[in-house]
Design a binder for this molecule. Structure first.
Ligand code: SER
Length: 337
């Protein structure tokens, strides 16, 4: 008998670290995690970690042979700044890697005769506001607006959303009878801030970097200008969004891809909040105009009405709670120990 599992790719990454621990705490299903690196955390007996590459087809074939995969949280990706340095590698990981996992989900769905669930974190990077004036005018962007990304990562995420739509709604296997469609669900995240991990290679990283540097007494040079504004979310809300969307009855879902967000802050406002908690912190600005240009095309805020209507999405951490109850106390504890 093959073991029934939930598969999490990118499990050693920023979202993965938090999601896997949440799934382990609440779930009854065995967890199969996959990442290029070993995990820095342990999650108990009902868990198998495989160190490997999502582009390794023989590895994926082995997983299909050994496990019955019921749900996939596909988190592995190269983030937006990193992807601009190596766009073709980003395309391979972000698009071909996702296609390989979608193929795996399709095969499992056919074989089992029921739709495998595929949960995909997309991003604010799928949006591309053409000018700062447009960004100022269309502040709370809805899912169908301004989806003209300007980065490789944004293009990759947008295309994978469309692949998911195709495979969950429109795929016709021309040579065989009607295929069983996968159950693809996606959220577009804003910038994420975790108290426990620092991201690498993203363009919203200035927020978590500022906070973690201040807590360690290290000076920080912010790579965007003070006025730059994008939406953010505390990591527990991000993983809750994935888990809540996965648990929602399919009949309630009017969309395949949903915006989710919590609070919108400028870099200067983040600096103020960080200085409030760490008054001696040294935080200055040294804008990198290429990274600045990326965030200038991302919306100042997201409209997440559809998610709150369809699956009762609501962030637990608004700006005050995120900083006062989650980020500051946990970061202080982390660096003092
Ligand atoms: N946080 C990501 C990045 O900056 C966006 O999804 O690339």
């Amino acid at each position: 008998m093959r073991k029934k599992v939930t598969l999490v790719t990118g499990a050693a990454g920023e979202v993965g670290t938090s999601l896997v621990q949440q799934l382990a705490d609440t779930g009854e299903r065995h967890l199969l995690t996959l990442d290029l690196t070993p995990l820095s955390y342990g999650v108990g007996a009902a868990h198998t970690h495989i160190q490997g590459d999502i582009l390794d087809q023989s590895l994926l074939a082995r997983l299909v042979a050994e496990y019955e995969i019921e749900t996939i949280f596909h988190l592995a990706a190269l983030l937006s700044t990193r992807a601009e340095f190596t766009p073709e590698t980003a395309h391979r990981v972000n698009v071909e890697g996702t296609l390989a996992l979608l193929r795996l989900a399709s095969e499992q769905s056919q074989w089992r005769g029921i739709a495998v669930q595929f949960v995909f974190p997309s991003s604010i990077a799928v949006y591309g506001l053409p000018t700062p004036e447009a960004k100022g005018r269309y502040s709370r962007v809805r899912e169908w607006e301004w989806t003209n990304p300007t980065t490789m990562y944004g293009c990759n995420k947008r295309y994978c959303e469309l692949l998911g739509r195709y495979l969950s709604h429109h795929y016709k296997q021309l040579s065989a009878e009607e295929p069983v469609m996968i159950d693809f669900r996606s959220v577009r995240f804003p910038g994420l801030i975790s108290a426990f991990t620092v991201p690498s290679g993203g363009t919203s990283d200035y927020a978590p970097e500022m906070l973690h540097a201040a807590a360690q007494g290290k000076p920080y040079l912010c790579f965007v200008e003070p006025h730059v504004r994008i939406p953010f979310m505390a990591m527990p809300d991000a993983t809750n969004a994935l888990v809540t969307l996965a648990a929602a009855p399919q009949k309630n879902l009017s969309k395949i891809v949903y915006n989710v967000t919590s609070f919108s802050l400028s870099a200067a406002e983040i600096r103020e909040l960080v200085l409030g908690a760490f008054p001696d912190a040294s935080i200055d600005y040294e804008p990198d105009m290429k990274r600045q240009a990326i965030v200038e095309t991302w919306p100042a805020d997201l409209d997440d009405t559809a998610a709150s209507q369809d699956w009762k999405w609501h962030p637990d951490y608004d700006r005050e709670r995120a900083f006062n109850d989650y980020l500051i106390p946990n970061i202080k504890k982390r660096y003092s120990s």
